[in-house]
Structure formats: structure tokens, C-alpha cells
Write a protein that binds this ligand. Structure first.
Ligand code: FAD
Length: 470
């Protein structure tokens, strides 16, 4: 269908940025083709990221609850077992259903789909080596680069996806490692560490920085780390990996304090390297058409997502900004709205971030450290789930809601939640921030009882006045 006919929009990459941009473009009446090399749609997120990780987080959480919590609710088993292949099969089924679902959405919206590796031959032509083995040229008045990101390794560490794995390998281990070392305490490392920790691995997280998840509010981070430590996750902060030996059965890591000093050896069966992700533009031919990249390989764009080459745009993980699926989707929609002559907008200050461990940690807006650094006078309101009736009813009351508001105007600046379902609770805060609400506005919204969301209301009450239940 794409062939040599000219498209209004060609999207390279079928991840959350690319496939959403393609569907939206078609909905806006633009003739659209999406090129994807993977063979399935959904990108990193659906194939080897957000979705399979959440599937395993849920399955491993159920196992952990069955072992440690069900008896408290009077539900007893004589034994609980893990069937790892069945757990992986459920994850694979979820992924397969969702990727096929996007193909269905492409058909419904009349987006042409070309399976293959795209490479620029001019700012309006992409040569595609198709997965079937041929080559086709796809032409477009506008071309959107949505090629996403790839796993980043560390100097001197080679990922073999067996003993030294990336997140992709950690989503598909065939055995539960006795000892798992996670290098990098970002959200991906903590999520995957949680999965295998719940299934029985001894998990040690090695991090160069002094803190886990550096973007998190400091106070919440401390509570979060304590919670993970209670779950037996060990942390070695301010520590660097200086050597890796895979010659024996397992892996021997040589560690050194970040500031230098005595070396120690840490043994592992499997090492997960989760040291961040890097923009992916290999083989795309950016140099051929003159698209600039920055020092770390990202493609700079203006507020309309236009690169320095007219008619060529970029969105998602391949441009600066938070490397998150929902941010990529927002970019995609705004980018094609501009192409269609409409207005688009993404406010990167209001992109929620969620760590899907248990408890989850979710936030939107500024941390207390950021507010302080900006010299803004502020108030803080907090409410612990220990004082929330629903959390007590279900015997899961770990966590807190913390709200930061500007002192003078009461405008909400940031909301941070640690709770089992924080990733769902955060959205009323995102709505509040988007509408520039004051903490009093949020406090005056009638919240259903008994819900965990009432803790958000009470924290808002605590911000501008006093809470009732503590
Ligand atoms: P990608 O999803 O990387 O998609 C880019 C696509 O382009 C790929 O499918 C690639 O094959 C294709 N491509 C690249 N080059 C070419 C080419 N030349 N020709 C054709 N096709 C090409 N984010 C969240 O928001 N929530 C989460 O819970 C979450 N969990 C994650 C867990 C893990 C383990 C990982 C690794 C990531 C997670 N992320 C999560 C991040 C999220 O996956 C990314 O932010 C998101 O996928 C970025 O979308 P994108 O469309 O920019 O790029």
C-alpha cells in the first residue's frame, strides 16, 4: 500500500511514540505509513519493557503474597510452588495479544505497515530492507523518527544475555538465579530485582551514586529504600564495578568504592546491567541527510518536534526528556497535530513517573529538593496510609502521600505517593497540576470512602490546613 505513493507522514519505529503518532496522523486524515524492523509493533515498551515487566511483577507479587500475606487473611495453603515456564507463558501471551492489537488498530485506522529496517536516502525518502528480504522505498512529505532507545552497557562489561543480562534477558531467565546482582539502582533495576527477589533470588543492587532512583523526592526515597531492604534487597551505594570475571560457573564482580579504595569481590549467578538506556539511531543514515545529534546521541528538536532538517521530526526516547512510554505517546500526538496544522503541547514538568515495585512509588511535578533549589517558599502536607481506613482494612498500609504547594498561592507544585497502587493514585494529582489547582481545591473534592485516594485528599488538607484522620 505504501510503495512509491507519497505519504503525508512516514513514521520510522513502531514503539509507543511511533505507533501512536501513526494512528493519530491517520485519524487527522493524513496518509500514513509506519516502518518497524522488529516484526511486531509496540517497541521496547510492549515487547521487552513496560508490559512484560509488569506481567512478571504481578505474577511474582501473587507468589510472594501467597507465601507471606494470605495466611494473615485466613487463607491457607499446604504448599505454594512456582511454575516459571507458566509464569513466562502468561507474560508472553499478554505481549503477543497487545502487539497484535496494535496491528488491528493500524488496519482500523488505515495506517500502512512496512516490516523492515528503515534508512534515510533523502529527507523525504526512506529505503526499507524488508523482513521478507526485499527492499522498498517509502516516500513522505513529513518523516518522523521514532526509533527509541537501546540498552546501555558499562565499560568493560559485555552483555551475553545469559550470565550478564540486560533488562531484556532479565525478563526471560529460564531459572531463578540463587544470587542476582543488579548494577544500577534506577527503576528498571529495582523492578527486575523485585521480580527475582520475590521468586527467591538473593538480590544485591550496586550503584555508583549515593542514592537509588536519583529523580525521586529525597524523603520518599529514604522510606522506599527501607521498604525494599525489609524485602531483603541489599544495597551497595557509592560503589563501582571495576572488573567482571565470567570464566567460572557464575560471575565474579570486582567492586571498589566510588571514590577509590579497597577492592572487594561479589559473586553472582546472574548480573543484570541496568545502567540506563541510550538513543537508538544506528543504520538510520542521519548523517546522510544532515540530522544533528547531541553529545549523547539524542536528536535535538524544537517545540514542534522538528529537527534541523525541514520535514524531518523526532519524538520519544530518541529526543531529550524523560525516557517513558507515555511521554513518547504525548510527543507523537503533539508532533502530528503540528504537522496537520493544529496546535500540540507536551508539558514535561507534568509527566508522571512510576516505579512499579511493591509498594509502588509515583510522582508528578517537582520534588522538595527541586522546589528548594528554585528558592520557592512552600508548604508540605503529608498523610500516611497507616491512617487510611481502606489501607488498614486490606492490611496493606505501608506508604505516604506528600504534597508540596507554593506558600503564597497554595498552588500545587509536586505530589509524591508511595503506596501499593500509587501508579493509579497519582493521576488525580496530575489533573490537579494540569489545571493549576491549589491544595485546597484538591482537599475540597469529595473522595469516595473507603478508598486509598482519601489519603491524597487528607494530604491536601494537611498542606493548606489540617487533616481530619491524624
Ligand atoms: P521504542 O519503544 O524503543 O520503539 C522504537 C522502535 O523503533 C523499536 O521497536 C525499534 O525496533 C524500531 N526501530 C529502530 N530503528 C529502526 C529503523 N531504522 N527502522 C525500523 N524500525 C526501527 N516506560 C514507562 O513509561 N513505563 C514503564 O513501566 C516502563 N518500563 C520499562 C521497563 C523496561 C525493562 C524497559 C527497558 C523500559 C521501560 N520503559 C517504561 C521505557 C519505555 O519502554 C520507553 O520509554 C518507550 O518504549 C519509548 O518509546 P519509543 O516509541 O520512543 O521507542
Amino acid at each position: 500500500a505504501s510503495g512509491s505513493e507519497e505519504n503525508d507522514v512516514v513514521v520510522i519505529g513502531g514503539g509507543p511514540g511511533g505507533y501512536v503518532a501513526a494512528i493519530k496522523a491517520a485519524q487527522l486524515g493524513l496518509k500514513t505509513t509506519c516502518i518497524e524492523k522488529r516484526g511486531t509493533l509496540g517497541g521496547t515498551c510492549l515487547n521487552v519493557g513496560c508490559i512484560p515487566s509488569k506481567a512478571l511483577l504481578h505474577s511474582s507479587h501473587m507468589f510472594h503474597e501467597a507465601q507471606h500475606s494470605f495466611a494473615n487473611h485466613g487463607v491457607k495453603f499446604s504448599s505454594v510452588e512456582i511454575d516459571l515456564p507458566a509464569m513466562m507463558a502468561q507474560k508472553d501471551k499478554a505481549v503477543a495479544n497487545l502487539t497484535r492489537g496494535i496491528e488491528g488498530l493500524f488496519k482500523k485506522n488505515k495506517v500502512s505497515y512496512v516490516k523492515g529496517y528503515g534508512k534515510f536516502i533523502s529527507p523525504s525518502e526512506v529505503s526499507v530492507d524488508t523482513l521478507e528480504g526485499g527492499n522498498t522505498i517509502v516516500k513522505g512529505k513529513n518523516i518522523i523518527i521514532a526509533t527509541g532507545s537501546d540498552v546501555k552497557s558499562l565499560p568493560g562489561i559485555t552483555i551475553d544475555e545469559k550470565k550478564i543480562v540486560s533488562s531484556t534477558g532479565a525478563l526471560a531467565l529460564s531459572e531463578i538465579p540463587k544470587k542476582l546482582v543488579v548494577v544500577g539502582a534506577g527503576y528498571i533495576g529495582l523492578e527486575m530485582g523485585s521480580v527475582w527477589g520475590r521468586l527467591g533470588s538473593e538480590v544485591t543492587v550496586v550503584e555508583f551514586a549515593p542514592d537509588i532512583v536519583p529523580s525521586m523526592d529525597g524523603e520518599i526515597r529514604k522510606q522506599f529504600q527501607r521498604s525494599l531492604e525489609k524485602q531483603k534487597m541489599k544495597f551497595m551505594l557509592k560503589t563501582k564495578v571495576v572488573g567482571v570475571d565470567t570464566s567460572g560457573d557464575g560471575v565474579k564482580l570486582t567492586l571498589e568504592p566510588a571514590s577509590g579504595g579497597d577492592q572487594t569481590i561479589l559473586e553472582a549467578d546472574v548480573v543484570l546491567v541496568s545502567a540506563g538506556r541510550t538513543p537508538f539511531t544506528a543504520g538510520l543514515g542521519l548523517d546522510k541527510i544532515g540530522v544533528e545529534t547531541d553529545k549523547v546521541g539524542r536528536i535535538p528538536v524544537n517545540e514542534r518536534f522538528a529537527t534541523n532538517v525541514p520535514g524531518v521530526y523526532a519524538i520519544g526516547d530518541v529526543i531529550p526528556g524523560p525516557m517513558l512510554a507515555h511521554k513518547a505517546e504525548e510527543d507523537g500526538v503533539a508532533c502530528v497535530e503540528f504537522i496537520a496544522g493544529k496546535q500540540g503541547h507536551v508539558d514535561y514538568d507534568k509527566v508522571p513517573g512510576v516505579v512499579y515495585t511493591n509498594p509502588e512509588v509515583a510522582s508528578v511535578g517537582k520534588t522538595e529538593e527541586q522546589v528548594k533549589a528554585l528558592g520557592i517558599e512552600y508548604r508540605v502536607g503529608k498523610f500516611p496510609f497507616m491512617a487510611n481506613s481502606r489501607a488498614k482494612a486490606i492490611d496493606n498500609a505501608e506508604g505516604i502521600v506528600k504534597i508540596l504547594a507554593e506558600k503564597e498561592t497554595d498552588k500545587i507544585l509536586g505530589v509524591h505517593i508511595m503506596a501499593p497502587n500509587a501508579g493509579e493514585l497519582i493521576h488525580e494529582a496530575a489533573v490537579a497540576l494540569t489545571y493549576d489547582a491549589a491544595s485546597e481545591d484538591l482537599a475540597r473534592v469529595c473522595h469516595a470512602h473507603p478508598t486509598m485516594s482519601e489519603a491524597v485528599k487528607e494530604a491536601a488538607m494537611a498542606t493548606h490546613d489540617k487533616p481530619i484522620h491524624i
